[in-house]
Design a protein around this ligand. Structure first.
Ligand SMILES: Cc1ncc(COP(=O)(O)O)c(C=O)c1O
Length: 443
């Protein structure tokens, strides 16, 4: 008897697929894991089983679950009535903090989700440049709205040529004609980026990309690709937009743009910016942002934008990221966890490799070799990864599999060195079981 599987059966009778969000089904389990409680770096499921969390709300709870400082800020906002759909002092305070921390942000706006952030930033880029199209990097993920749900999780046999990747639709129901609004280029191909800009700059509003490609695990830009991203769009009158919904605040208080030393024209910030509460941000250069109504003619509005509880949580979270030692701690925990997992894979001769930066990481299984872009990541051994995740969950470490290719995982700042050692102890039988399964398969 399991309350988790019982709830899955019950949930499916009212929630479509038994989940509030399609990717919440953990593909390694075939169902979502329903949690009853969370605290720091730990989760407890409905059956009372405890897990060390290496998903961390897909990166939203960077501080840790139920942090007392964030909770106190939310409670203060609730105590004042939490009136939504009005302007208040907290929104200005948060805007000032973001603008002080994130290099690209001279002006910002708040939305609920990362999906809304990229949707509005893309419209703004079109409004500002007067041009219709978007250059998207193959495989990079920018949320669930129609304009960007192409070329994500493309099956390996449908990628098309590198010079012209397939605009594979990642969902049914996409409006016809939208794929033609995209120009696609593989990550880490400065030559193809330059060629595409030469050819399409006259119709391109922006280049949008994940500055660190965490949605394929963790792939960093080469210096040549980064230089091309920094120089080429500007040279051609095309805006550069960094989608830092996943990357922001992982490795530096000013996000990946600060870490990489490249300031885009526009950027989106999500997940960790809200400290576990629903808030995302888009921002950029003053003259671009002033194209938004009421100073300009580009619409961005929403009843719940800048909700007082989320804004209060975000202020508390950003102040925590700004505390001395925060990123030193993240760096030390990451170094210990990533090295420990790589050592486990080596000890058991399992073809697994951890690549991480800041508080997020990918694990690549199989013989993937050099990792430059989606085409490399899609070759990893997904079935071995699912077996690993299943084993990890059985042994008390939660990883999430979203479906698609390599996944991103992560830890939170509440994790200590003792927690890392405990996680590695719990993971050892999961890694060992991969060897036993492989040996059994060859008998
Ligand atoms: C880079 C990136 N952009 C946008 C999104 C969409 O954000 P949300 O799930 O908050 O809509 C995500 C979500 O994972 C993301 O990783």
């Amino acid at each position: 008897m399991s309350k988790v599987t019982d709830l899955f059966a019950r949930a499916q009778r009212s929630l479509a697929g038994g989940v509030s969000s399609s990717t919440r089904v953990n593909r390694a389990l075939g169902h979502p894991l329903y949690f009853a409680r969370a605290d720091g770096c730990r989760l407890w499921d409905l059956d009372g089983r405890e897990y060390i969390d290496l998903c961390c709300s897909h990166g939203a709870t960077l501080v840790g679950h139920g942090d007392a400082r964030i909770r106190a800020a939310v409670e203060r906002a609730l105590a004042t009535g939490a009136a939504c759909s009005y302007e208040n002092e907290l929104q200005t305070e948060l805007a000032e903090l973001v603008c002080a921390m994130v290099p690209a942000c001279e002006r910002v706006r708040f939305v609920g989700s990362g999906t809304e952030a990229t949707m509005h930033a893309i419209r703004l880029a079109r409004a500002y440049t007067g041009k219709p199209k978007l250059l998207k990097i193959e495989g990079n993920f920018h949320g669930y709205h129609d304009q960007v749900m192409f070329s994500i999780g493309t099956p390996a046999d449908q990628l098309g040529p590198e010079s012209s990747p397939t605009a594979w639709a990642a969902s049914s129901g996409m409006a016809p004609g939208l794929a033609e609004q995209l120009v696609l280029v593989p990550y880490n191909r400065p030559d193809l980026l330059k060629a595409a800009l030469e050819r399409h700059a006259h119709e391109l509003a922006a280049v949008i990309c994940e500055p660190i490609y965490f949605n394929a695990g963790c792939i960093r830009p080469t210096p040549e690709f980064l230089a091309a991203l920094r120089d080429e769009p500007r040279r051609h009158g095309v805006l550069l937009m960094f989608d830092e919904v996943l990357a922001a605040f992982r490795m530096a208080p000013g996000g990946a743009q600060q870490y990489l030393g490249v300031t885009p024209d526009l950027c989106t910030l999500g997940k960790a910016v809200g400290g576990g509460y629903p808030l995302s941000v888009f921002g950029g250069r003053r003259e671009i942002m002033e194209k938004l109504m009421p100073t300009g003619d580009c619409q961005h509005s929403g009843t719940y934008n800048g909700h007082p509880t989320s804004v209060a949580a975000a202020i508390a979270a950003l102040k925590i990221y700004g505390e001395p030692g925060f990123y030193e701690h993240i760096g030390a925990i990451g170094a210990e966890l990533f090295a420990g997992m790589n050592e486990l894979f080596a000890r058991y001769d399992v073809p697994g490799r951890v690549e991480g930066l800041g508080a997020r990481f990918g694990i690549y299984f199989g013989d993937v070799g050099a990792l430059g872009n989606y085409r490399d990541a899609v070759r990893h051994d997904r079935s071995l990864m699912l077996r690993f995740i299943r084993g990890a969950i059985d042994n008390g470490v939660y990883f999430h599999d979203y479906g698609g290719g390599a996944c991103h995982h992560g830890f939170c700042a509440a994790m200590t060195s003792t927690d890392v050692r405990e996680a590695l102890e719990r993971l050892e039988p999961a890694v060992a079981s991969l060897v036993v399964a492989a040996e059994a398969a060859t008998v």
